[in-house]
Design a protein around this ligand. Structure first.
Ligand SMILES: NC(=O)c1ccc[n+]([C@@H]2O[C@H](COP(=O)([O-])OP(=O)(O)OC[C@H]3O[C@@H](n4cnc5c(N)ncnc54)[C@H](OP(=O)(O)O)[C@@H]3O)[C@@H](O)[C@H]2O)c1
Length: 252
């Protein structure tokens, strides 16, 4: 019997799991994207794009699509979809596993300013004008409109459009994985004084953190939002695959 699996994606780990699942004939997986990037990476399993319509929309989708297991491999900062998935899966009595990479841990020599929100991140830049490397994606850039005295080098996957209304913006577009040497050169060339980053974890975007340390630059590090605590969680795609295989074996 083919097992129908919904992977809530948007991360490197979701792509890795999707790639692994393509080789297993007992699974019938579907990878779901929020649709935040116009050009998602190619993957060898079927995909869908866009929200489900809240918890009830997700519940309906799970029933209509015959989903038998859900893997929440969403971005560590995508808190709403994880909450919705936890509630919908309890309601529908469908097994749910979170695939979540661990956060970065401060290393010796790091100068991190820890904050809990984007509002606090903007405040942490201080009142004196600085050249800021802003690497938080596009959706929350508007918080930095409260600190227009700074010059922002903003790097995003998608164009920022009107997301940050300030005349002091240099926008660049790029998608990881990044390289430490290149990150260092970029920060030196642009005369960066401080980096702002989400604590996303993983290796693809860590080189900016390593480069900041090497250059002796401070990093405003935004802590992750809470995700549902009572969901079984693994950190590696292989562990998620093993969980699915065991679930498949137990399913009559
Ligand atoms: N989503 C990503 O791929 C992604 C990637 C990198 C960074 N982030 C960061 O995460 C933070 C919040 O992002 P967000 O708005 O995407 O997440 P969110 O606030 O958790 O989700 C908002 C809504 O988007 C839809 N959604 C999210 N992930 C989905 C998925 N995999 N498949 C289908 N629908 C999905 C859901 O809509 P319905 O309620 O209608 O179902 C959800 O309620 C931001 O800081 C963002 O930069 C997200």
């Amino acid at each position: 019997m083919l097992m129908r699996i919904l992977i809530l994606g948007g991360t490197t780990e979701a792509f890795a799991l999707a790639g692994r699942l393509a080789g297993f004939t007992e699974f019938h997986p579907l990878l779901s994207f929020a649709g935040r990037t116009g050009n998602p990476r190619q993957v060898s399993i079927p995909t869908r794009i866009g929200g489900f319509g809240g918890i009830h929309g997700l519940e309906r989708f799970l029933a209509d699509d015959g989903v038998e297991a859900v893997i929440d491999a969403t971005h560590p900062f995508a808190a709403r979809i994880s909450r919705n998935a936890a509630l919908a899966c309890v309601q529908a009595q469908i097994p749910l596993l979170a695939l979540r990479r661990p956060p970065w841990i401060r290393q010796q020599g790091d100068h991190w300013i820890d904050v809990e929100s984007m509002t606090s991140a903007a405040e942490a830049l201080g009142t004196a004008p600085r050249r800021v490397f802003l690497t938080i994606g596009r959706q929350e850039l508007h918080h930095f409109e409260a600190a227009k005295q700074h010059i922002y080098l903003v790097r995003t996957v998608e164009p920022i459009g009107e997301a940050l209304a300030s005349s002091n913006v240099i926008a660049i577009r790029d998608r990881g994985p990044f390289d430490e040497e290149a990150e260092r050169s970029l920060m030196e060339r642009e005369g960066i004084d401080i980096l702002v980053s989400k604590n996303s974890g993983g290796s693809a975007t860590y080189p900016k953190i390593a480069a900041a340390q090497a250059l002796g630059l401070p990093v405003v590090m935004v802590a992750r939002p809470d995700k549902p605590a009572d969901v079984p969680t693994v950190t590696l795609p292989e562990a998620a695959l093993e969980w699915l295989r065991q679930l498949h074996e137990r399913t009559p």
